[in-house]
Every structure is written in C-alpha cells, then in structure tokens.
Ligand binder design. Structure first.
Ligand code: NAI
Ligand code: MG
Length: 503
C-alpha cells in the first residue's frame, strides 16, 4: 500500500499525484475514510503513461455491509429533515465542487486519461451544475389530491425509498454519479456508491468534500470489483433501490438480482447511436457536429457516441473527406496538457477490445478504415493507451463494428439515397439511446424525431447529457430516466396514499 492514507488537503490542490496518493487505500463510510476490512488494495494507473498513481481499497461483502448499515442508520434523520433543507445542503455541495473544479478536473484526467481542456474540466463543471439543479428542487416533491368521496380527503405524498445503491462506470464517473446521488439525496434517501475499478479516485474526493456538508452516513463510497463488491451491494437486503450505469451485460445481471428482491432498478446501458445527415444540412456545422457527436475528444468512450453516421449520397464523399480532415487536425497527447484535444483509452482491456474491432474492420473486404490524428511524439507517453480515431466506410450493416458497442474512437459512415431506408437502418440496432438528424427541412426532421427508436433525439445538435433534460434509453439501452425532476420523483421515491374520512 502507498503511504499517507487519508491525509487529504483541506484546500483545493493542483498536485493531482499527491492527492491520488492521499486518497489511496480508503473507502468512505459513515463520514470518514476507512480501509477495506480485508486490508486488500488494487492498483490505479495513469493510462497516459502506465505509471501507478494510487492503490484503491478492494471492497467485498463485509465493507458493503458496513456502508449499507451506516447509510440505513443515517437515512431516518435525513428523511425527517425538511426537503428544502436537504436541497439547500446539496446545493451547498455544488458550491464546494465549483471551488474544486480545477482540482477534480486534473485528478480525473490523471486516472482516466481524459483531456483536461476538452473533457475533464467540462465534466467537473457539469457535476456542480447537476447538484445545483437538484438542490433547488427540494420543494417539488409534491403529491396529489384525489377526488374520492365528498367527505373523504384523499391525497398522495411522496416518500423516499431508503438506502440507494449506485454502481457507476469509468467513462464520465463523476457526472454519471451526480445524476444518481443528487436526486437520491434530495428525495430523502441515503446512498452507497460502488465506483468503477478504473476510476475510483475523483469520485472518492467528491464524496469526501460532500461529507464536509452532509450528515455522516448520507453518502458512502466503496471501491472494488464488480462481482466482489458490486454484486453484494445489489443483493444487500437493506438496499431498496439500485441505479446502475455500465454495460448491458452487467445491467442484465443487476436487474435479475433486483427482481429477486422485488426492488426498483434504473439502468443506463450502452448505445449505438445513429447520426443522419441530409444533403440540405448546414455542411460546416454538421461536420463539426459529427466530431462532438462521436465524442472523439473522449476517445469515443461514450454511450451516446454517434458511431453510425448516415450521409445522403450527394454530399457523402465531401462529408467523409471533411470529417477526416478535421479529426486529423485534432491533437492527441498528454491529458493534462491544455493543448491536447484527445486523451487516452481508459485501460489495457478496453484498448485491446477497441483494437480488435479496428483490426477486424481493416481486414473486411471492401471496407476502408482511415486513421486520423497523429500519435503523440512525446517519449514519456510511449506506453500510453492512445488509439488513432478511425473512420470506416464500406462496411456491411451486419458487421460487428456496426452492430456492437465499440466504446472507442471508431465510427462507421454510410451513404444513403432513400429517407425511408435510412430510417429502417438507423432503427436496425439492439440499442436505442440517442440519435441526431441534421437537415434544414423541419418536416423531415420532425418525422424522423418521432419515428427513431431512441430515448433522446436531437436535431442539428448533439449535446451530452444536461441537467433538466430527461435522459435514458429504450430497447437494450436501459430502463428508466435520469437528469430531470421526473427522474427524481419516479425513480427515487414512492407514492403513499393517505385517506381522511371527516364525515
Ligand atoms: P461494466 O458494465 O462491467 O462495469 C460498470 C460497473 O459495473 C463497474 O462499476 C463494475 O465494477 C460494475 N460491475 C461489474 N460486474 C458487476 C456485477 N456482477 N454486479 C454488480 N456490479 C458489477 O463495464 P466495463 O467492463 O467497464 O466496460 C465494458 C463495456 O461496457 C464497454 O466497452 C462499453 O461498451 C460498456 N460501458 C457502457 C457504459 C455506459 O455509459 N453506458 C459505461 C461503461 C461501459
Ligand atoms: Mg466489465
């Protein structure tokens, strides 16, 4: 284990390496840092260099039980606190996060390889925004009055569910965590988060920061592996709700355990999101939009990445050329360097997985894969998990590259002639998370918006998830919504009916 556990700085720091060492080896349970009961830890690496930056506590069922017990005890008093006061505390946490944006951005860049300027800082700011948004909704936990009989007052009130277990991934860990903890807490639940094994540090720091404001036990954090630490959290009898973001494969496992316990579950799973480009679009805006849509700055590690791009034939060649030229001009390099546009892939496992898809695409007869952007020249980065963004054309629609979620910087571009056929192709996917349509014809855009099988359709833009916009997929992309007021009311509370007979 690395030395100096839990002597984290009080004030925001710019020394992300010292901070990651200080966060080493700890869970956060009941308002304080504690090591794993087993004493075990696992290494956390900087994917840009391969260096070990920390050791994380390796949680198991005993740690889960300690965290859930603390959360269950804290929940009673937390739920009795007036909801506006809970909201005010969560909003106060937002302020503390804002004061630490630079620190959190540097730390997440270190542990995930996401570029500071284009990704990490944006994510840290969005966390504060989400906490602020939900913090203001404490007085919106309203029920209804129900007409029943003249002398009977029948009303519904909303109540929290109890202890919420949240399992998060590594791609945008702090933002995806905020979407879960903010509504859960404001609604009067307490939370135990299981962080992703690849990115346990920044979310732990956030938990510690929020622990300065929230009562002990309201927000607990465990690090560890899926089967050993995630699974016991889902199956723990005192956990009354599970919210999960990650792969469809694990989502199904989580969902089965939740079904056995008869508890509600929210799932945010994968995607294979189509981007449909008509010849009458604003060409320059749409090419730039494809860069954002594909989340190239995040190495394509996004569930909403526009990994299938359909372009109307008259502009197909020009579009592919312009896109490749623009991606070529992006700078891939040290995630902590302000000049860098594109950072690294998260882990060796993901790197190998993405590389296998690229190799398969390159070996496919009739397909062309164009590698864009240069590998970083800096010798310090030679062990870094950098992959050149690839733009594929000429693939069949049944190719694995077109049907499976790659979660890397790989997009497949197709020409189309017929609107009806392209709509069918766009919907020919097991996933249904997001889609975008680029055209100046509002009639066509709206027809597509209604007929695309997706939880989120954007016309002439493709923004990432935002506070106040309902977010969540259909088909294998998930179950339930996040990010909105309704998400808090429907997924983190239940309705109780109260009837008063005053005859
Ligand atoms: P994963 O689904 O295995 O991991 C997500 C989280 O679930 C992690 O915290 C992990 O520890 C936990 N987990 C794993 N097994 C579990 C179990 N049996 N019970 C409870 N929790 C468990 O995702 P992974 O392996 O990191 O990535 C694999 C693929 O999943 C990616 O290539 C990508 O296609 C997809 N993915 C999608 C994400 C999204 O935002 N929807 C995020 C991350 C991955
Ligand atoms: Mg996995």
């Amino acid at each position: 284990m690395l030395d100096r556990p839990h002597q984290t700085p009080e004030a925001p720091t710019r020394d992300e390496r010292a901070l990651s060492r200080a966060l080493s080896g700890q869970h956060f349970i009941g308002g304080r840092f504690v090591p794993a009961r087993s004493g075990k830890t696992f290494a956390v690496h900087n994917p840009a260099t391969g260096e070990k930056v920390a050791e994380a506590a390796e949680g198991d069922a005993a740690d889960v039980d300690a965290a859930v017990t603390n959360a269950a005890t804290a929940q009673k008093a937390w739920a009795r606190m007036p909801s506006r006061k809970r909201g005010a505390l969560v909003a106060q946490c937002a302020g503390l996060i804002r004061a630490h944006v630079e620190e959190l951005a540097r730390l997440i860049a270190l542990e995930t390889g996401k570029a500071l300027r284009t990704e990490s800082r944006v994510e840290a700011n969005t966390v504060a925004d989400i906490l602020e948004f939900y913090g203001g909704l404490g007085s919106e936990l309203k029920g209804e009055s129900v007409p029943f009989a003249p002398d009977v007052l029948s009303v519904t009130v909303r109540e929290p569910l109890g202890v919420v277990g949240a399992i998060i991934p590594w791609n945008v860990p702090m933002l995806l965590m905020a979407l879960k903890i903010a509504p859960a807490l404001v609604a009067g639940n307490t939370v135990v988060v299981k962080s992703a094994e690849e990115a346990p540090l920044t979310v732990l720091r956030i938990c510690e920061l929020m622990g300065r404001i929230l009562p002990a036990g309201c927000f607990n954090m465990l690090s560890g592996f899926g089967p050993e630490c995630g699974a016991p959290l889902v199956s723990h009898p005192k956990v009354r709700k599970i919210t999960f973001t990650g792969s469809a494969e694990v989502g199904r496992i989580v969902s089965k355990t939740a079904a056995d316990k008869l508890i509600p579950v929210t799932l945010e799973l994968g995607g294979k999101s189509p981007m449909i480009v008509f010849a009458d679009c604003d060409f320059a805006k749409t090419v730039a939009g494809a860069i954002t849509s594909m989340r190239f700055t995040r190495q394509g590690q996004s569930c909403t990445a526009a990994s299938r791009i359909y372009v109307e034939r008259p502009i197909f060649d020009a579009f592919v050329a312009a896109l490749a030229e623009k991606v070529d001009a992006m700078v891939m390099g040290d995630p902590l360097d302000e000049k860098t546009d594109i950072g690294t892939i998260i882990s060796r496992e993901q790197f190998d997985k993405v590389q296998r898809y690229i190799d398969e695409g390159l070996a496919t007869a009739g397909a062309t894969g164009r590698a864009c952007s240069a590998m970083p020249a800096d010798p310090a980065l030679k062990k870094g998990l950098f992959i050149c963004p690839h733009i594929f054309t000429g693939l069949g629609h049944d190719s694995r590259l077109v049907q499976e979620e790659i979660f890397g910087p790989v997009t497949c571009v197709f020409p189309f002639d017929d609107a009806e056929a392209v709509l069918q192709a766009a919907n020919d996917s097991e996933y249904g998370l997001a889609a975008s349509v680029w055209t100046n014809n509002l009639r066509v855009a709206m027809a597509f918006a209604h007929r695309l099988e997706a939880g989120l359709v954007q016309i002439n833009q493709n923004l990432v998830v935002q506070a106040n916009l309902s977010y969540g997929g259909v088909k294998s992309s998930g179950l339930g919504k996040e990010a909105s007021l309704e998400a808090m009311l429907e997924h983190f509370m239940h309705k109780k009916t109260i009837m008063v007979n005053y005859q």
